[in-house]
Design a protein around this ligand. Sequence first.
Ligand SMILES: Nc1ncnc2c1ncn2[C@@H]1O[C@H](COP(=O)(O)OP(=O)(O)OP(=O)(O)O)[C@@H](O)[C@H]1O
Length: 496
Amino acid sequence: MSAQREMKEKNPWHTPVTIITVIGVIAIVALVTVAVLQNRPVLQKYKYGIVLDAGSSHTALYIYEWPAEKDNNTGRAEQKYVCKVKGKGISSYANTPVKAGESLNECMQEAKMQVPTKRHHETPLYLGATAGMRLLNMENSSASDKVFQAVEKALQRFPFSYQGARILSGQEEGAFGWVTVNYLDDRLKQGLETTGALDLGGASTQISFVSKNYDISESPSNSVTFRLYGNDYNLYTHSFLCYGKDQVLRMALAHQTKSGPGTILDPCFHPGYLELKDYSLLYDSPCVSDRKPQNATGTFNHSGAGNFKQCQEVVKKVFNFTSCKYSRCSFNGVFQPPLQGPFGAFSAYYYVMDFLKLTDATMPLKDVKEKLANYCATPWNEIVKQHPEVPIKYLAEYCFSGTYIITLLTDGYNFTSESYSNINFIKKIKNSDAGWTLGYMLNLTNMIPAEAPDSPPLPHAGYVTIITISALILFVLFILSLRFICPSFQKTPHIV
Ligand SMILES: Nc1ncnc2c1ncn2[C@@H]1O[C@H](COP(=O)(O)OP(=O)(O)OP(=O)(O)O)[C@@H](O)[C@H]1O
Protein backbone atom coordinates (compact mmCIF):
# COMPACT_ATOMS: atom_id res chain seq x y z
CA MET A 1 0.00 0.00 0.00
CA SER A 2 2.61 2.50 1.09
CA ALA A 3 4.78 1.66 -1.95
CA GLN A 4 1.76 2.34 -4.20
CA ARG A 5 1.05 5.68 -2.51
CA GLU A 6 4.72 6.61 -2.75
CA MET A 7 4.59 5.97 -6.49
CA LYS A 8 1.46 8.16 -6.86
CA GLU A 9 3.13 10.95 -4.90
CA LYS A 10 6.29 10.75 -7.01
CA ASN A 11 4.43 10.53 -10.31
CA PRO A 12 2.96 14.03 -10.93
CA TRP A 13 0.79 12.68 -13.83
CA HIS A 14 -1.55 11.17 -11.29
CA THR A 15 -2.55 14.44 -9.57
CA PRO A 16 -6.04 15.85 -10.43
CA VAL A 17 -4.47 19.23 -11.30
CA THR A 18 -2.23 17.62 -13.90
CA ILE A 19 -5.11 15.67 -15.43
CA ILE A 20 -7.28 18.80 -15.65
CA THR A 21 -4.32 20.73 -17.13
CA VAL A 22 -3.77 18.11 -19.84
CA ILE A 23 -7.48 17.99 -20.72
CA GLY A 24 -7.61 21.79 -20.72
CA VAL A 25 -4.59 22.10 -23.04
CA ILE A 26 -6.08 19.51 -25.43
CA ALA A 27 -9.40 21.42 -25.42
CA ILE A 28 -7.66 24.72 -26.16
CA VAL A 29 -5.57 23.20 -28.98
CA ALA A 30 -8.75 21.64 -30.45
CA LEU A 31 -10.61 24.96 -30.18
CA VAL A 32 -7.88 26.97 -31.88
CA THR A 33 -7.39 24.30 -34.57
CA VAL A 34 -11.10 24.39 -35.39
CA ALA A 35 -11.04 28.20 -35.47
CA VAL A 36 -8.08 28.23 -37.86
CA LEU A 37 -9.33 25.44 -40.15
CA GLN A 38 -12.92 26.61 -40.28
CA ASN A 39 -11.86 30.04 -41.56
CA ARG A 40 -8.99 28.88 -43.77
CA PRO A 41 -9.38 30.32 -47.29
CA VAL A 42 -10.67 27.60 -49.59
CA LEU A 43 -8.97 26.92 -52.92
CA GLN A 44 -9.92 29.92 -55.06
CA LYS A 45 -12.13 29.47 -58.14
CA TYR A 46 -12.61 32.33 -60.60
CA LYS A 47 -15.29 33.71 -62.87
CA TYR A 48 -14.56 35.71 -66.00
CA GLY A 49 -15.97 38.51 -68.13
CA ILE A 50 -14.80 39.76 -71.55
CA VAL A 51 -15.20 43.31 -72.86
CA LEU A 52 -14.14 44.50 -76.31
CA ASP A 53 -13.33 48.21 -76.43
CA ALA A 54 -14.00 49.14 -80.05
CA GLY A 55 -12.36 52.58 -80.14
CA SER A 56 -11.88 54.98 -83.03
CA SER A 57 -8.20 54.13 -83.48
CA HIS A 58 -8.16 50.44 -82.49
CA THR A 59 -9.98 47.64 -80.67
CA ALA A 60 -8.73 45.98 -77.49
CA LEU A 61 -10.09 42.86 -75.77
CA TYR A 62 -10.02 42.75 -71.98
CA ILE A 63 -10.56 39.66 -69.82
CA TYR A 64 -11.49 40.27 -66.18
CA GLU A 65 -11.53 37.68 -63.41
CA TRP A 66 -12.91 37.64 -59.89
CA PRO A 67 -13.27 35.07 -57.08
CA ALA A 68 -16.26 32.87 -57.94
CA GLU A 69 -17.83 32.69 -54.48
CA LYS A 70 -17.56 36.44 -53.90
CA ASP A 71 -19.13 38.00 -56.98
CA ASN A 72 -21.84 40.46 -56.07
CA ASN A 73 -20.05 41.28 -52.90
CA THR A 74 -16.53 41.55 -51.67
CA GLY A 75 -14.15 40.06 -54.29
CA ARG A 76 -12.45 42.59 -56.58
CA ALA A 77 -12.57 42.02 -60.35
CA GLU A 78 -9.17 42.49 -61.95
CA GLN A 79 -7.76 42.53 -65.46
CA LYS A 80 -6.34 39.11 -66.30
CA TYR A 81 -5.42 39.64 -69.91
CA VAL A 82 -5.50 42.24 -72.70
CA CYS A 83 -5.24 41.62 -76.44
CA LYS A 84 -4.72 44.46 -78.93
CA VAL A 85 -6.59 43.73 -82.15
CA LYS A 86 -4.35 44.21 -85.19
CA GLY A 87 -5.30 47.01 -87.57
CA LYS A 88 -7.52 50.04 -87.13
CA GLY A 89 -10.79 50.55 -85.26
CA ILE A 90 -13.98 48.84 -86.51
CA SER A 91 -15.33 52.14 -87.89
CA SER A 92 -12.54 52.13 -90.49
CA TYR A 93 -14.18 49.04 -92.10
CA ALA A 94 -17.28 50.98 -93.19
CA ASN A 95 -16.70 49.90 -96.82
CA THR A 96 -15.70 46.31 -95.98
CA PRO A 97 -17.79 45.42 -92.90
CA VAL A 98 -16.98 41.67 -93.00
CA LYS A 99 -13.36 42.54 -92.31
CA ALA A 100 -14.40 44.31 -89.11
CA GLY A 101 -15.66 40.93 -87.83
CA GLU A 102 -12.63 39.03 -89.09
CA SER A 103 -10.25 41.46 -87.41
CA LEU A 104 -11.48 40.26 -84.02
CA ASN A 105 -10.85 36.55 -84.57
CA GLU A 106 -7.23 36.41 -83.40
CA CYS A 107 -7.91 38.02 -80.04
CA MET A 108 -11.08 35.97 -79.59
CA GLN A 109 -9.08 32.75 -80.14
CA GLU A 110 -6.67 34.00 -77.47
CA ALA A 111 -9.60 34.60 -75.14
CA LYS A 112 -10.66 30.96 -75.63
CA MET A 113 -7.25 29.87 -74.38
CA GLN A 114 -7.18 32.31 -71.47
CA VAL A 115 -10.58 31.44 -69.97
CA PRO A 116 -10.82 27.87 -68.59
CA THR A 117 -12.96 25.76 -70.95
CA LYS A 118 -15.50 24.85 -68.26
CA ARG A 119 -16.21 28.59 -67.73
CA HIS A 120 -16.66 29.49 -71.43
CA HIS A 121 -20.46 29.22 -71.55
CA GLU A 122 -21.05 31.31 -68.46
CA THR A 123 -18.51 34.03 -69.39
CA PRO A 124 -20.33 37.20 -70.55
CA LEU A 125 -18.93 38.83 -73.69
CA TYR A 126 -19.66 42.49 -74.46
CA LEU A 127 -18.56 44.83 -77.23
CA GLY A 128 -18.80 48.56 -76.64
CA ALA A 129 -17.98 50.99 -79.43
CA THR A 130 -17.02 54.59 -78.75
CA ALA A 131 -16.47 57.80 -80.72
CA GLY A 132 -15.33 56.25 -84.03
CA MET A 133 -18.65 54.43 -84.37
CA ARG A 134 -20.56 57.44 -83.00
CA LEU A 135 -19.16 59.46 -85.89
CA LEU A 136 -19.79 56.74 -88.47
CA ASN A 137 -23.35 56.36 -87.20
CA MET A 138 -23.90 60.13 -87.60
CA GLU A 139 -22.40 60.12 -91.06
CA ASN A 140 -23.81 56.88 -92.44
CA SER A 141 -26.07 54.88 -90.12
CA SER A 142 -26.56 51.99 -92.54
CA ALA A 143 -22.77 51.51 -92.83
CA SER A 144 -22.56 51.52 -89.02
CA ASP A 145 -25.37 48.90 -88.82
CA LYS A 146 -23.52 46.67 -91.28
CA VAL A 147 -20.32 46.88 -89.25
CA PHE A 148 -22.28 45.84 -86.14
CA GLN A 149 -23.94 42.94 -87.98
CA ALA A 150 -20.54 41.64 -89.11
CA VAL A 151 -19.03 42.05 -85.66
CA GLU A 152 -22.00 40.35 -84.01
CA LYS A 153 -21.78 37.38 -86.39
CA ALA A 154 -18.06 36.99 -85.70
CA LEU A 155 -18.47 37.13 -81.92
CA GLN A 156 -21.39 34.70 -81.80
CA ARG A 157 -19.17 31.97 -83.29
CA PHE A 158 -17.30 31.76 -80.00
CA PRO A 159 -18.49 29.69 -77.06
CA PHE A 160 -18.92 32.61 -74.67
CA SER A 161 -22.20 34.08 -73.43
CA TYR A 162 -22.56 36.88 -76.00
CA GLN A 163 -24.37 39.88 -74.49
CA GLY A 164 -24.47 42.26 -77.46
CA ALA A 165 -22.53 44.96 -79.26
CA ARG A 166 -23.58 48.61 -79.07
CA ILE A 167 -22.40 52.20 -79.18
CA LEU A 168 -21.83 53.70 -75.75
CA SER A 169 -23.06 57.23 -75.27
CA GLY A 170 -20.39 59.79 -74.38
CA GLN A 171 -21.96 60.07 -70.94
CA GLU A 172 -21.67 56.31 -70.35
CA GLU A 173 -18.05 56.33 -71.51
CA GLY A 174 -17.23 59.11 -69.04
CA ALA A 175 -19.17 57.65 -66.12
CA PHE A 176 -17.83 54.08 -66.51
CA GLY A 177 -14.26 55.41 -66.73
CA TRP A 178 -14.87 57.16 -63.40
CA VAL A 179 -16.34 53.96 -61.87
CA THR A 180 -13.28 51.95 -63.02
CA VAL A 181 -10.75 54.35 -61.48
CA ASN A 182 -12.55 54.61 -58.14
CA TYR A 183 -13.39 50.91 -57.95
CA LEU A 184 -9.77 49.87 -58.54
CA ASP A 185 -8.57 52.37 -55.93
CA ASP A 186 -11.05 50.89 -53.40
CA ARG A 187 -12.50 54.38 -52.96
CA LEU A 188 -16.11 53.33 -53.53
CA LYS A 189 -16.17 50.49 -51.02
CA GLN A 190 -14.53 52.61 -48.35
CA GLY A 191 -16.64 55.68 -49.12
CA LEU A 192 -13.50 57.84 -49.58
CA GLU A 193 -13.26 61.09 -51.52
CA THR A 194 -13.39 60.10 -55.19
CA THR A 195 -10.92 60.73 -58.01
CA GLY A 196 -12.06 62.52 -61.14
CA ALA A 197 -11.47 60.82 -64.51
CA LEU A 198 -9.94 62.45 -67.60
CA ASP A 199 -9.99 60.25 -70.70
CA LEU A 200 -8.46 61.33 -74.01
CA GLY A 201 -9.29 59.09 -76.97
CA GLY A 202 -8.67 59.44 -80.67
CA ALA A 203 -12.09 60.91 -81.50
CA SER A 204 -13.60 62.07 -78.19
CA THR A 205 -12.54 63.16 -74.73
CA GLN A 206 -14.33 62.81 -71.39
CA ILE A 207 -14.19 64.63 -68.07
CA SER A 208 -16.01 63.21 -65.02
CA PHE A 209 -15.84 64.24 -61.38
CA VAL A 210 -17.87 64.73 -58.22
CA SER A 211 -18.18 68.39 -57.25
CA LYS A 212 -19.83 69.55 -54.02
CA ASN A 213 -20.93 72.70 -55.82
CA TYR A 214 -22.65 70.93 -58.70
CA ASP A 215 -26.27 72.02 -58.94
CA ILE A 216 -27.87 69.35 -61.16
CA SER A 217 -30.74 71.66 -62.15
CA GLU A 218 -28.29 73.92 -63.99
CA SER A 219 -27.42 71.20 -66.51
CA PRO A 220 -29.28 67.92 -65.87
CA SER A 221 -27.84 66.29 -69.00
CA ASN A 222 -24.36 66.30 -67.41
CA SER A 223 -25.46 64.50 -64.29
CA VAL A 224 -25.20 60.78 -63.52
CA THR A 225 -26.30 59.56 -60.10
CA PHE A 226 -25.14 56.32 -58.52
CA ARG A 227 -25.73 54.54 -55.25
CA LEU A 228 -22.73 52.28 -54.67
CA TYR A 229 -21.83 50.38 -51.49
CA GLY A 230 -24.31 52.46 -49.52
CA ASN A 231 -23.07 55.89 -50.73
CA ASP A 232 -24.80 58.31 -53.10
CA TYR A 233 -22.73 59.97 -55.83
CA ASN A 234 -23.81 62.83 -58.04
CA LEU A 235 -21.32 62.74 -60.88
CA TYR A 236 -20.70 65.52 -63.39
CA THR A 237 -19.64 64.09 -66.74
CA HIS A 238 -19.22 65.42 -70.26
CA SER A 239 -17.90 63.87 -73.45
CA PHE A 240 -16.67 66.17 -76.23
CA LEU A 241 -17.15 64.46 -79.57
CA CYS A 242 -14.42 65.47 -82.09
CA TYR A 243 -12.07 66.48 -79.24
CA GLY A 244 -10.05 63.26 -79.20
CA LYS A 245 -6.50 63.95 -80.31
CA ASP A 246 -6.83 62.61 -83.89
CA GLN A 247 -9.92 64.67 -84.64
CA VAL A 248 -8.49 67.82 -83.04
CA LEU A 249 -5.43 67.44 -85.26
CA ARG A 250 -7.77 67.35 -88.26
CA MET A 251 -9.55 70.47 -87.00
CA ALA A 252 -6.22 72.28 -86.45
CA LEU A 253 -5.04 71.30 -89.95
CA ALA A 254 -8.40 72.23 -91.47
CA HIS A 255 -8.07 75.64 -89.87
CA GLN A 256 -4.56 76.12 -91.29
CA THR A 257 -5.48 74.88 -94.77
CA LYS A 258 -8.84 76.66 -95.04
CA SER A 259 -7.62 79.11 -97.66
CA GLY A 260 -6.31 76.14 -99.64
CA PRO A 261 -2.55 76.95 -99.78
CA GLY A 262 -0.17 74.42 -101.31
CA THR A 263 2.12 74.48 -98.25
CA ILE A 264 1.44 75.14 -94.58
CA LEU A 265 4.08 75.94 -91.98
CA ASP A 266 2.66 74.24 -88.89
CA PRO A 267 4.04 75.37 -85.47
CA CYS A 268 2.83 72.07 -83.91
CA PHE A 269 5.29 69.97 -85.95
CA HIS A 270 9.08 69.93 -85.67
CA PRO A 271 11.30 72.17 -87.81
CA GLY A 272 12.40 70.13 -90.83
CA TYR A 273 9.26 67.95 -90.83
CA LEU A 274 7.74 67.74 -94.31
CA GLU A 275 4.98 65.42 -95.51
CA LEU A 276 2.73 65.50 -98.56
CA LYS A 277 -0.88 65.08 -97.34
CA ASP A 278 -4.20 64.43 -99.02
CA TYR A 279 -7.00 66.99 -98.66
CA SER A 280 -9.73 64.43 -99.13
CA LEU A 281 -8.30 62.21 -96.36
CA LEU A 282 -8.00 65.19 -94.02
CA TYR A 283 -11.63 66.22 -94.54
CA ASP A 284 -13.01 62.67 -94.42
CA SER A 285 -14.66 63.09 -91.01
CA PRO A 286 -17.89 64.76 -89.81
CA CYS A 287 -15.72 66.80 -87.41
CA VAL A 288 -14.29 68.81 -90.33
CA SER A 289 -16.19 67.87 -93.49
CA ASP A 290 -18.20 71.14 -93.53
CA ARG A 291 -14.97 73.18 -93.58
CA LYS A 292 -13.51 71.74 -96.78
CA PRO A 293 -12.44 74.67 -99.00
CA GLN A 294 -14.21 74.77 -102.37
CA ASN A 295 -11.07 75.30 -104.40
CA ALA A 296 -8.89 72.82 -102.48
CA THR A 297 -6.16 71.13 -104.48
CA GLY A 298 -5.61 67.36 -104.18
CA THR A 299 -2.67 67.53 -101.78
CA PHE A 300 -0.82 69.98 -99.57
CA ASN A 301 2.68 70.14 -98.12
CA HIS A 302 2.60 69.85 -94.35
CA SER A 303 5.83 71.32 -92.98
CA GLY A 304 6.84 72.00 -89.37
CA ALA A 305 7.94 75.21 -87.63
CA GLY A 306 8.25 73.83 -84.05
CA ASN A 307 6.91 76.68 -81.94
CA PHE A 308 4.96 75.78 -78.78
CA LYS A 309 3.45 79.26 -78.18
CA GLN A 310 2.22 79.59 -81.76
CA CYS A 311 0.98 75.99 -81.63
CA GLN A 312 -1.10 76.88 -78.56
CA GLU A 313 -2.67 79.72 -80.54
CA VAL A 314 -3.56 77.30 -83.36
CA VAL A 315 -4.98 74.76 -80.90
CA LYS A 316 -7.04 77.42 -79.06
CA LYS A 317 -8.87 78.08 -82.32
CA VAL A 318 -10.59 74.68 -82.09
CA PHE A 319 -12.36 75.82 -78.89
CA ASN A 320 -15.21 78.28 -78.65
CA PHE A 321 -14.88 80.33 -75.47
CA THR A 322 -17.35 83.06 -76.32
CA SER A 323 -20.82 81.73 -75.50
CA CYS A 324 -21.92 80.34 -72.13
CA LYS A 325 -25.53 80.39 -70.94
CA TYR A 326 -24.66 78.84 -67.55
CA SER A 327 -22.96 80.25 -64.45
CA ARG A 328 -19.69 78.75 -65.74
CA CYS A 329 -18.50 76.77 -68.75
CA SER A 330 -15.53 74.79 -69.97
CA PHE A 331 -15.76 75.50 -73.73
CA ASN A 332 -18.24 75.32 -76.61
CA GLY A 333 -20.94 76.57 -74.22
CA VAL A 334 -20.77 73.40 -72.09
CA PHE A 335 -21.52 73.75 -68.39
CA GLN A 336 -18.79 72.69 -65.95
CA PRO A 337 -18.95 73.01 -62.14
CA PRO A 338 -15.81 74.02 -60.15
CA LEU A 339 -13.07 71.38 -60.40
CA GLN A 340 -12.70 69.32 -57.25
CA GLY A 341 -10.32 66.71 -55.84
CA PRO A 342 -7.59 64.64 -57.43
CA PHE A 343 -7.87 63.53 -61.08
CA GLY A 344 -6.58 60.48 -62.94
CA ALA A 345 -5.76 61.19 -66.61
CA PHE A 346 -5.49 58.12 -68.81
CA SER A 347 -5.48 56.76 -72.42
CA ALA A 348 -3.77 59.31 -74.71
CA TYR A 349 -3.16 61.68 -71.77
CA TYR A 350 -0.84 58.99 -70.45
CA TYR A 351 0.69 57.79 -73.77
CA VAL A 352 1.67 61.33 -74.74
CA MET A 353 2.82 62.67 -71.36
CA ASP A 354 4.71 59.45 -70.65
CA PHE A 355 6.61 59.74 -73.95
CA LEU A 356 7.39 63.40 -73.20
CA LYS A 357 8.49 62.44 -69.64
CA LEU A 358 5.98 64.88 -68.19
CA THR A 359 3.98 62.55 -65.91
CA ASP A 360 5.68 63.65 -62.69
CA ALA A 361 2.85 65.26 -60.68
CA THR A 362 5.32 67.38 -58.72
CA MET A 363 6.54 69.15 -61.90
CA PRO A 364 5.13 72.71 -61.92
CA LEU A 365 2.98 73.64 -64.92
CA LYS A 366 5.44 76.31 -66.06
CA ASP A 367 8.25 73.69 -66.22
CA VAL A 368 5.97 71.37 -68.20
CA LYS A 369 5.37 74.14 -70.74
CA GLU A 370 9.08 74.98 -70.91
CA LYS A 371 10.06 71.35 -71.57
CA LEU A 372 7.35 71.02 -74.18
CA ALA A 373 8.53 74.21 -75.89
CA ASN A 374 12.09 72.81 -76.06
CA TYR A 375 10.81 69.50 -77.38
CA CYS A 376 8.72 71.15 -80.12
CA ALA A 377 11.70 73.28 -81.21
CA THR A 378 13.95 70.20 -81.64
CA PRO A 379 14.62 69.50 -85.34
CA TRP A 380 12.70 66.56 -86.81
CA ASN A 381 15.81 64.63 -87.92
CA GLU A 382 17.15 64.70 -84.34
CA ILE A 383 13.81 63.46 -82.95
CA VAL A 384 13.82 60.55 -85.41
CA LYS A 385 17.43 59.70 -84.48
CA GLN A 386 16.67 59.82 -80.75
CA HIS A 387 13.62 57.51 -80.96
CA PRO A 388 14.19 54.86 -83.62
CA GLU A 389 11.79 52.47 -81.82
CA VAL A 390 8.72 54.76 -81.92
CA PRO A 391 6.34 54.56 -84.93
CA ILE A 392 6.81 57.67 -87.12
CA LYS A 393 3.09 58.57 -87.01
CA TYR A 394 3.11 58.82 -83.20
CA LEU A 395 6.54 60.50 -83.17
CA ALA A 396 5.51 63.26 -85.54
CA GLU A 397 2.48 64.14 -83.41
CA TYR A 398 3.79 64.29 -79.80
CA CYS A 399 4.50 68.05 -79.99
CA PHE A 400 0.97 68.71 -81.24
CA SER A 401 -0.63 66.23 -78.80
CA GLY A 402 1.31 67.55 -75.77
CA THR A 403 0.32 71.12 -76.65
CA TYR A 404 -3.31 70.07 -77.11
CA ILE A 405 -3.32 68.30 -73.72
CA ILE A 406 -1.97 71.35 -71.87
CA THR A 407 -4.36 73.69 -73.71
CA LEU A 408 -7.37 71.43 -73.11
CA LEU A 409 -6.59 71.11 -69.40
CA THR A 410 -5.85 74.79 -68.73
CA ASP A 411 -7.84 76.86 -71.25
CA GLY A 412 -10.51 74.20 -71.78
CA TYR A 413 -11.21 72.74 -68.32
CA ASN A 414 -9.77 75.65 -66.30
CA PHE A 415 -7.03 73.81 -64.39
CA THR A 416 -4.74 76.44 -62.84
CA SER A 417 -1.01 76.23 -61.99
CA GLU A 418 -2.09 74.96 -58.54
CA SER A 419 -4.84 72.54 -59.50
CA TYR A 420 -2.72 71.10 -62.34
CA SER A 421 -0.69 69.33 -59.62
CA ASN A 422 -3.87 67.36 -58.70
CA ILE A 423 -3.66 65.50 -62.01
CA ASN A 424 -2.01 62.08 -62.03
CA PHE A 425 -1.21 60.64 -65.44
CA ILE A 426 -1.98 56.94 -65.11
CA LYS A 427 -2.04 53.87 -67.31
CA LYS A 428 -2.89 51.16 -64.84
CA ILE A 429 -4.25 50.88 -61.33
CA LYS A 430 -3.20 47.66 -59.57
CA ASN A 431 -2.48 45.88 -62.87
CA SER A 432 -5.78 46.83 -64.53
CA ASP A 433 -5.88 49.44 -67.32
CA ALA A 434 -7.73 52.66 -66.54
CA GLY A 435 -10.64 53.02 -69.02
CA TRP A 436 -14.40 52.53 -69.27
CA THR A 437 -14.42 48.74 -69.90
CA LEU A 438 -14.20 47.46 -66.32
CA GLY A 439 -16.84 49.92 -65.06
CA TYR A 440 -19.10 48.85 -67.94
CA MET A 441 -18.79 45.17 -67.06
CA LEU A 442 -19.24 45.78 -63.31
CA ASN A 443 -22.45 47.66 -64.08
CA LEU A 444 -23.87 45.07 -66.48
CA THR A 445 -23.09 42.15 -64.17
CA ASN A 446 -24.43 44.05 -61.11
CA MET A 447 -21.15 43.47 -59.38
CA ILE A 448 -21.20 46.68 -57.37
CA PRO A 449 -24.08 46.45 -54.88
CA ALA A 450 -26.08 49.57 -54.05
CA GLU A 451 -25.76 48.78 -50.34
CA ALA A 452 -22.56 47.94 -48.46
CA PRO A 453 -22.23 44.14 -48.06
CA ASP A 454 -22.22 42.70 -44.52
CA SER A 455 -18.68 41.81 -43.61
CA PRO A 456 -17.44 39.75 -40.63
CA PRO A 457 -16.78 42.09 -37.67
CA LEU A 458 -13.21 40.82 -37.33
CA PRO A 459 -10.56 39.71 -39.80
CA HIS A 460 -9.57 36.03 -39.62
CA ALA A 461 -6.27 36.58 -37.70
CA GLY A 462 -7.98 38.78 -35.11
CA TYR A 463 -10.69 36.22 -34.62
CA VAL A 464 -8.22 33.36 -33.97
CA THR A 465 -6.13 35.51 -31.61
CA ILE A 466 -9.14 36.50 -29.51
CA ILE A 467 -10.38 32.88 -29.31
CA THR A 468 -6.92 31.69 -28.17
CA ILE A 469 -6.38 34.40 -25.55
CA SER A 470 -9.93 34.03 -24.15
CA ALA A 471 -9.56 30.25 -23.91
CA LEU A 472 -6.24 30.58 -22.06
CA ILE A 473 -7.63 33.16 -19.61
CA LEU A 474 -10.69 31.02 -18.89
CA PHE A 475 -8.52 27.96 -18.34
CA VAL A 476 -6.14 29.74 -15.92
CA LEU A 477 -9.11 31.17 -14.01
CA PHE A 478 -10.63 27.70 -13.82
CA ILE A 479 -7.44 26.17 -12.38
CA LEU A 480 -7.07 29.01 -9.87
CA SER A 481 -10.69 28.68 -8.77
CA LEU A 482 -10.29 24.91 -8.31
CA ARG A 483 -7.36 25.47 -5.99
CA PHE A 484 -9.25 28.11 -4.07
CA ILE A 485 -12.41 26.02 -3.64
CA CYS A 486 -10.63 22.68 -3.12
CA PRO A 487 -7.37 23.02 -1.19
CA SER A 488 -6.67 19.31 -1.83
CA PHE A 489 -5.82 20.38 -5.42
CA GLN A 490 -2.65 22.05 -4.06
CA LYS A 491 0.43 21.19 -6.00
CA THR A 492 2.42 19.82 -2.99
CA PRO A 493 0.95 16.43 -2.01
CA HIS A 494 0.01 15.97 1.67
CA ILE A 495 1.61 12.75 2.87
CA VAL A 496 -0.28 11.18 5.73
N1 LIG B 1 2.00 54.86 -77.69
C1 LIG B 1 1.22 55.83 -78.17
N2 LIG B 1 1.74 57.05 -78.40
C2 LIG B 1 0.97 58.04 -78.88
N3 LIG B 1 -0.32 57.91 -79.17
C3 LIG B 1 -0.88 56.71 -78.95
C4 LIG B 1 -0.14 55.61 -78.45
N4 LIG B 1 -0.97 54.55 -78.34
C5 LIG B 1 -2.18 54.96 -78.77
N5 LIG B 1 -2.12 56.25 -79.15
C6 LIG B 1 -3.21 57.12 -79.66
O1 LIG B 1 -3.90 57.62 -78.53
C7 LIG B 1 -5.25 57.91 -78.88
C8 LIG B 1 -6.16 57.32 -77.86
O2 LIG B 1 -6.11 55.94 -77.94
P1 LIG B 1 -7.30 55.09 -77.35
O3 LIG B 1 -7.08 53.69 -77.71
O4 LIG B 1 -7.51 55.43 -75.92
O5 LIG B 1 -8.50 55.78 -78.15
P2 LIG B 1 -9.71 55.13 -78.92
O6 LIG B 1 -10.43 54.22 -77.97
O7 LIG B 1 -9.28 54.55 -80.20
O8 LIG B 1 -10.55 56.46 -79.19
P3 LIG B 1 -12.04 56.84 -78.79
O9 LIG B 1 -12.19 56.55 -77.32
O10 LIG B 1 -12.11 58.31 -79.06
O11 LIG B 1 -12.96 56.03 -79.63
C9 LIG B 1 -5.42 57.41 -80.31
O12 LIG B 1 -5.29 58.52 -81.15
C10 LIG B 1 -4.25 56.46 -80.51
O13 LIG B 1 -3.83 56.42 -81.86
